[in-house]
Design a protein around this ligand. Structure first.
Ligand code: SF4
Ligand code: SF4
Length: 405
């Protein structure tokens, strides 16, 4: 494993961080056996930065359990996050931190973030509630070691938040297709100039820069170097930049973990040639021309009160442009359970817009679901599905029990 120095604390952090939002699941529940084996393997191979959050369902408990089981707590740095968006009063800071510590089975969080600051007002709100004094007290008590923030908003707001406090680190969304999106390259450079480590999230855009790459984009990478995978290209675009400290990958399987570790063991700054960088320009152009919705499948918008599978709808919608309409329809039918009576299709949306305030990508979810519905729920798809549901419903519906009068 290769390490980069957190100049503020002096810690040596592994260039690959384990993003714990996408631990393997079975039937919606974290698969502890697989998770525990992955955590163990990651630490054995030198990964020492684990990123979780109060708001990721089951993630803090799973990480705490795996680290305790293998007695690995002292070998790693844990990052977790204060759920700013659900804080209603200053007392909530203590409440959420205590819950995180208990779930993680630890007495300290090494890197504690204000989760998902979106603009300077989101920071000013908690500053008004005394977050600065609170952080100082937690640092003095040892419960928090480094204080930072994760960010989704405009570059100007990122720069304003960066300047508003003496942060120990920050976390931004950054990858080759989002070079100038949100904080972007300008934000990365500004943070590095302040001497604080920058942690990168969504380095492969929730896997879209691997599985969601159109054929022409894959071919462009392959033509440039047949031995390098899309993950190799995407991660090395980040590690090439000296300002990047840790690249988080939300790994959900052992194979993925091993591939990323193998890449991280060779990660170097300034390793890409001008010819390599030109390939990214070509791939980026192809990718951006077919990916209509910038959804990273983070699921912050879920659950929807109407049971719409929002990330599933957007993934299928993107597939219908990136690959083919048929491929998109197939994905849509399976991921939304369109053939069942309890479907999670876009057409169920009632535009309450409750989901939209949680979306870090600022997607106008209800409006885009209209587009999804228009493309993936045309009459010639709805009619056979309706027929299928009525037949299956008739044959499988339980007969009503006779009631005693
Ligand atoms: S706007 Fe639509 S998708 Fe969003 S929460 Fe409301 S019903 Fe669900
Ligand atoms: S719509 Fe937004 S909040 Fe929902 S999964 Fe996609 S990126 Fe995440």
């Amino acid at each position: 494993m290769r390490y980069r120095r957190d100049k503020k604390s002096g810690n040596a952090l592994s260039v690959l961080g384990f993003g714990c939002m996408r631990f393997p699941r079975a039937l919606g529940v974290i698969d502890m056996k697989k998770t525990s084996a992955m955590v163990r393997e990651a630490v054995d191979r030198g990964v020492n930065y684990f990123d979780t959050a109060w708001i990721y369902p089951g993630s803090e408990e799973a990480l705490g359990t795996a680290l305790a089981e293998h007695k690995l707590r002292e070998k790693v740095y844990i990052a977790s996050k204060l759920p700013v968006i659900v804080c209603k009063k200053p007392e909530d800071f203590d409440r959420y931190l205590s819950q995180s510590l208990a779930r993680l089975k630890t007495d300290r969080i090494d890197y504690y973030l204000m989760h998902m600051l979106t603009d300077i007002n989101s920071f000013e709100k908690i500053r008004g509630w005394g977050i600065v004094d609170w952080v100082r007290q937690k640092k003095e008590s040892g419960a928090v070691r480094q204080a930072g923030f994760s960010f989704h908003g405009t570059r100007d707001d990122f720069l304003a938040i960066l300047a508003a406090y003496d942060w120990d680190f920050c976390q931004i969304q950054y990858n080759y297709s989002n070079e100038n999106y949100q904080a972007g390259r300008a934000g990365l450079k500004a943070a590095a100039e302040k001497g604080i480590p920058v942690i990168i999230m969504e380095p492969l855009l929730g896997g879209k820069l691997i599985g969601g790459l159109p054929k022409a984009a894959r071919e462009a990478f392959q033509k440039a170097d047949p031995d390098r995978s899309p993950a190799d290209w995407g991660l090395n675009w980040l590690w090439d930049q000296a300002e990047v400290t840790v690249v988080l990958s939300g790994m959900s399987g052992m194979e993925q973990l091993l591939e990323n570790i193998n890449l991280a063991e060779k990660a170097l700054e300034n390793s890409l040639s001008p010819a390599d960088l030109a390939v990214f320009d070509e791939v980026k152009m192809i990718f951006n021309s077919v990916h209509k919705v910038n959804c990273t499948a983070c699921a912050y918008c879920m659950p929807c009160p109407q049971q719409v599978n929002i990330p599933g709808c957007f993934a299928a919608y993107n597939t219908s442009f990136a690959f083919s309409l048929v491929a998109g329809l197939q994905q849509y039918v399976t991921s939304t359970g369109a053939a069942s009576s309890a479907s999670h299709m876009a057409g169920r949306c009632v535009k309450c817009r409750k989901c939209e305030k949680h979306c870090p990508q600022n997607i106008k979810i209800s409006a885009v679901l209209d587009d999804v519905k228009r493309r993936l729920e045309p009459f010639w798809v709805r009619a056979p599905l309706f027929l299928f549901r009525s037949i299956v419903g008739r044959t499988t519906r339980p007969k009503p029990e006779k009631t005693l009068r």
